[in-house]
Design a protein around this ligand. Structure first.
Ligand code: PLP
Length: 412
């Protein structure tokens, strides 16, 4: 018999005014603003480059991950346009169905050569690469150990996996060792780390991580998002420059930072990539990125080979900037690459420092929680091959004038 609302019940139940279901957002947003965490919605006019036009102001650009200056390079635009004309703009389907074009195939071959691995799988973003890969490797009952400063996409990948997550202190291999010793023998173990940490500019102790992972029979997965294109003789990243290829099983990277294009990738053994093609949900159930984007990334990989001087210049200049800041008594923590953080303290202090730098013509964005822990808000200068000696001198002068002096202890 069909279920009917009783007439008497209908009459007796009071009709309440409906609450606006999204009303909670205003309250939650007000709290966020009060905590100094409102984020500006900026509009960039024109391409990324040495300078950037933001909200009508022309500023020297220390706020892009365009480390080698390829994001606005016309050689990538031409490659994208040629492939788009030949293969169409949209990929039209997941790679598994019909979205994997010859441009994607060429990109994966170029990446396999760059990393010197058996196989590579490309994803629409680096974020997708991490969130899709981790749950394909570990399940409930397994263990994943993750550095406390890992990128949000790694954190989310760990959550999606529903494995037991062990968060170890930043770069603390001894703590990781102790944690892994307590894990059940039957569980699969995965250790995951950024190689170059995106907010602190610190470098993971890869040789020691390889050693610990090997002793505990753990898989080691690294995310080279900010190191791809910048480190290594071929430019493949820190795994290459630190000589750790044999100890790292899963190599993630992005095409969206030094390579100036978009997308993410995972490289390793053929068996790993074949498994991901069947089990990485963010790959199986998502449209492939446009063929033109893949072609632009392939062109950028060729440029790594043709223009090795760019990464050398970048790292030399980054060292000079860090040394100049240190000589002036500023503390950049343990930063060791082209990402130069200056710790400001609270979210408000970071925003105020960023505004002072903007007033002096340098765009250096404030980084606040949840991107960094509470009390460690900072401004982050992302250096690029584009920057001239004058740009870097202006940055150093502005920081020396406005940034707080901090002791090493305050970074702890
Ligand atoms: C360490 C790290 N991994 C992954 C990503 C995500 O890469 P994408 O921007 O290509 O999605 C980022 C982006 O900032 C990152 O810093």
């Amino acid at each position: 018999m069909p279920c009917r609302i009783d007439d008497a019940e209908r009459v007796s139940r009071p009709i309440l005014p409906l609450a606006e279901p999204l009303a909670w957002i205003d309250t939650a947003f007000d709290a966020l603003v009060a905590a100094g965490l409102e984020r500006p919605h900026r509009v960039r006019i024109g391409r990324q480059g040495r300078e950037v036009d933001l909200d009508g102001r022309r500023l020297v650009n220390f706020g892009a991950n365009d480390y080698l200056g390829y994001a606005g390079d016309v050689r990538l635009t031409r490659a994208a346009s040629k492939a788009s004309c030949a293969e169409g703009f949209g990929a039209g389907a997941s790679p598994l169905v019909s979205g994997h074009s010859s441009a994607h195939e060429a990109l994966e071959a170029a990446l396999s050569g760059l990393l010197d691995v058996e196989a590579v799988l490309t994803f629409p973003s680096g974020f997708a690469a991490n969130t899709a890969t981790i749950p394909a490797l570990v399940r409930p009952g397994d263990v994943v150990a993750s550095d406390e400063r890992n990128h949000a996409s790694i954190i989310d990948g760990c959550r999606l996996a529903r494995a037991t997550v062990l968060v170890y202190p930043h770069r603390d291999v001894a703590a990781l060792d102790r944690m892994l010793a307590t894990t059940p023998a039957a569980a699969r173990r995965l250790v995951v780390t950024d190689t170059l940490f995106s907010m602190d500019g610190t470098i993971a102790p890869l040789p020691d991580l390889c050693d610990v992972a090997r002793r505990h029979g753990a898989m080691l997965m690294v995310d080279e998002a900010h190191a791809t294109g910048v480190f290594g003789r071929r430019g493949s990243g820190l795994v290459e420059s630190l000589g750790c290829a044999d100890g790292v099983h899963i190599r993630v990277g992005t095409l969206s930072k030094a390579l100036g294009a978009a997308g993410g990738f995972v490289g390793g053994q053929e068996a790993l990539v074949r498994w991901l093609r069947h089990r990485a949900r963010g790959w199986v159930f998502s449209t492939a990125h446009p063929p033109g984007v893949a072609a632009a990334a392939t062109r950028a990989i060729r440029l790594l080979d043709e223009e090795p001087g760019r990464r050398r210049d970048l790292l030399d200049r980054a060292r000079e900037v860090r040394e100049a800041l240190a000589a002036a008594g500023l503390d950049t923590g343990a930063a060791g690459a082209q990402i130069v953080p200056i710790i400001a303290g609270t979210a408000e202090e970071a925003v105020a420092l960023s505004a002072r730098l903007t007033a002096r013509g340098c765009f250096v964005p404030a980084i606040r929680p949840p991107s960094v822990p509470e009390g460690r808000s900072l401004v982050r200068a992302s250096l690029s091959w584009h920057h001239t000696a004058d740009d870097l001198a202006a940055l150093v002068a502005a920081l020396v004038r406005h940034a707080p002096r901090r002791t090493a202890q305050q970074h702890a």
